[in-house]
Design a protein around this ligand. Structure first.
Ligand code: AMP
Length: 674
């Protein structure tokens, strides 16, 4: 009896972990095929731990499996964050456009690569992988024939369209770097970026069209290049039928379907063999000074990271239609409109319009028409659409949707819940993705995770593979416990990170590497919850210190009030408290409440949800907030208004609607005179 019992018991003990291991191993391998070489790692959390503790083995396997190499790499990484030295996959040679196009043309030439959702609703155009490769090769040959060579930098000033994507990939094909400038930037802003990038070639279109309005892009380029002595040639494609004045430096390129110069070109273009660490692109972003920073991303590491995050954060599978509505002028458009989906052989939507053109149902009409499976948008648009009510969403069939993504700023709980409940009908996970131009791809997001793992509204939550976040206290020490806030750093390098700032490695060091030696400083603050989940609390320059208590502007903004559509909170100097809180508030449409009552209500909610010290000293009700065209609230401008420093409002040309500022200044005067 004893023996049998003992045998049975020990068998059970032995058998059950083996069975569990076997099962898990099988699931983990199906989830990530490379994991079979990771020595028994199982489950998503096991993979995450392995990717951080055995970072070299993880990235080596993934890079071998997911990229096509002309020559294999000899070293996985050679990084030293304290010296700002970041190198991945050295010794390897590859071509990014081959990875994004040719290898898919071999296996599925007629698969749709791009769905171009033009500004004119219902006139979408599809391009197969074969067509996109042909267009890319023609542009590549055209550039080569006009003297563009490996190592040059081509500035692209175009709306989101297939020819812009082909231009980016054509640069990659011939070994030139690209510098895409958002086509809403002013001539001055464009010129500054062309000069800093030392571009001799610009690609643009005659006119853009967005929200039914014509944008004179070629004219903007004409003005910009007047102060850019390096520019020798401007290629001009035709987005509309209106001819534009051409100068001696302009070359008519025209849309692929009626190509002129491009038609002369061969549809075969020999890809350049690029080193892993050659520059793929520059992308300018704002820093704390007035001068934009040209962040440098390189070939292999960036592409791999964009592809892996696209596949796992959004649970993208072959055959899915991926709908990222970001403009190609921003990093989100680069990584999740172009490189990530194309490296994965996916179908990606290029969205040229606005969320409210011709009406607030535009996104959801597009979801139904294009059968979008993953929708990736910005909280600012979600908040805007929320104001118009559920009927604009419910009009359309959204049953194709599987995952909803959010990026760019913290998504407040009300917007998150509306997105989840109304748009996703409570069946699609909402992934709040935290990352930056500097990180190249998503670093913190609720997915991937174990299936059905909880998602907390408004939290980015879990680090991606290879990402090790660290929170720092005010003395620069690592905070070890949970339920803590601090400066968000990344404790080890990952392949997608920016390598430097173009022409200014010193600034790269000072901004990202020196504040916390040995760590990459993100400039953001974060809270780590009791459970170990991360929540971004906002830029550290937006953190307010009220009477010695730190409070994130995002935290106050998130204190939802049913009547508020959106708000922007800033800190301003206060004689007694050091800093105090000033809130700009946009009300929902048709709200009929006395402002004084509403102020009381808001203060009540803030003191209830956070603390009394976080209550705004001033609340100004405004019609709209000053925003960049990518939807970011320009807090710098609001701060200047509050500080009555109107002479240094700075460059307002990047604002979506500069008139909003005048309204706010006027309202502020009235508020002070009350
Ligand atoms: P950009 O480089 O222009 O994409 O801006 C990156 C910055 O946007 C980050 O440093 C954050 O401050 C903010 N950001 C981006 N995504 C999120 C997010 N999911 N939650 C909170 N803030 C975000």
């Amino acid at each position: 009896m004893w023996l049998r019992c003992g045998c049975a018991a020990s068998l059970r003990v032995l058998a059950s972990p083996l069975r569990v291991l076997g099962l898990r191993r099988c699931n983990t391998a199906a989830f990530m095929p490379e994991s079979t070489g990771f020595g028994g790692v199982s489950g998503r959390s096991g993979l995450q731990e392995f990717s951080v503790s055995s970072s070299e083995s993880f990235w080596a396997a993934v890079a071998r499996h997911r990229l096509s190499w002309i020559r294999p790499f000899t070293a996985v990484q050679d990084c030293d964050l304290s010296r700002g030295r970041i190198r991945w996959f050295e010794g390897g040679k590859l071509n990014v456009s081959v990875n994004c196009l040719d290898r898919h043309v071999h296996t599925c030439p007629d698969r749709v690569a791009l769905m171009w959702e033009r500004d004119e609703k219902g006139s979408e155009v599809r391009y197969t992988y074969r067509e996109l490769l042909e267009m890319t090769c023609r542009v590549g040959n055209l550039l080569r024939r006009h003297g563009v060579k490996k190592g040059d930098c081509v500035t692209i000033y175009m709306p989101t369209c297939p020819l812009a994507v082909a231009s980016m990939l054509a640069c990659a094909r011939i070994g030139a770097a690209h510098n895409v400038v958002f086509a809403g930037f002013s001539a001055e802003a464009l010129a500054e970026r062309i000069r800093d990038a030392q571009s001799s070639t610009v690609i643009t279109v005659n006119q853009g069209i967005r929200g039914g309005k014509i944008l004179e892009l070629k004219k903007t380029v004409d003005t910009a290049v007047q102060s850019c002595p390096t520019v020798q040639q401007v290629f001009v494609a035709m987005r509309t039928d209106s001819p534009v004045a051409m100068t001696a430096r302009d070359i008519a390129m025209e849309e692929v379907r009626q190509q002129r110069e491009m038609l002369k070109e061969d549809v075969v273009c020999e890809p350049a063999a690029m080193n892993s660490e050659d520059t793929l692109f520059l992308l300018y972003t704002s820093g704390s000074t007035g001068k934009p920073k040209g962040l440098v991303h390189t070939q292999a590491g960036y592409l791999l990271y964009a592809a892996l995050t696209h596949r796992y954060v959004f649970n993208y599978h072959d055959g899915d239609v991926f709908g990222c509505v970001a403009d190609i002028g921003w990093i989100t458009g680069h990584s999740y409109g172009v490189y990530g989906p194309l490296a994965n052989g996916g179908t990606t939507v290029l969205f040229e319009s606005t969320p409210v053109y011709p009406d607030p149902g535009r996104y959801w009409d597009m979801v139904e028409r294009l059968q979008i499976n993953q929708f990736y948008g910005a909280p600012t648009a979600i908040r805007l659409l929320l104001k118009f009510g559920d009927e604009w969403v419910n009009k359309y069939d959204r049953s194709s949707l599987k995952t909803l993504g959010s990026v760019g700023e913290p998504i407040n709980t009300e917007a998150w819940e509306w997105y989840y409940r109304v748009v996703g009908e409570e069946r699609c996970p909402v992934v709040d993705t935290w990352w930056q131009t500097e990180t190249g791809g998503i670093c913190i997001a609720p997915r991937p995770s174990d299936p059905d793992a909880e998602i907390v509204p408004g939290m980015a939550m879990r680090p991606f593979f290879g990402i090790k976040p660290a929170l720092m206290d005010t003395e620069g020490k690592v905070i070890s416990g949970n339920d803590a806030s601090g400066a968000l750093c990344l404790a080890q390098p990952w392949p997608g990170m920016a390598r430097t700032i173009h022409n200014d490695h010193q600034r790269f060091m000072e901004t990202y590497c020196q504040p916390y030696p040995g760590y990459f400083f993100t400039g953001d603050g974060a809270y780590r919850s009791v459970e170990g989940y991360y929540q971004i609390t906002g830029r550290l320059d937006d953190v307010i210190n009220v009477s010695g208590h730190r409070i994130g502007t995002a935290e106050i903004e998130d204190a939802v009030c049913p009547a508020v559509a959106e708000s922007a909170v800033i800190g301003y100097s206060h004689d007694i408290k050091g800093q105090a809180v000033f809130a700009f508030v946009v009300l929902k449409k048709n709200v009929d409440v006395e402002e004084a009552d509403l102020s009381r209500q808001l203060n009540g909610i803030v003191s209830e949800k956070i603390a009394k010290y976080a209550c705004p000293d001033f609340i100004q009700f405004v019609q709209r907030l000053p925003k960049t065209r990518s939807g970011k609230i320009m807090r710098r401008v609001l701060r200047k208004v509050v500080e009555l420093d109107l002479d240094s409002l700075g460059d307002l040309s990047t604002l979506d609607d500069p008139a909003a500022v005048q309204e706010i200044i006027q309202g502020h005067r009235e508020l002070l005179s009350k």
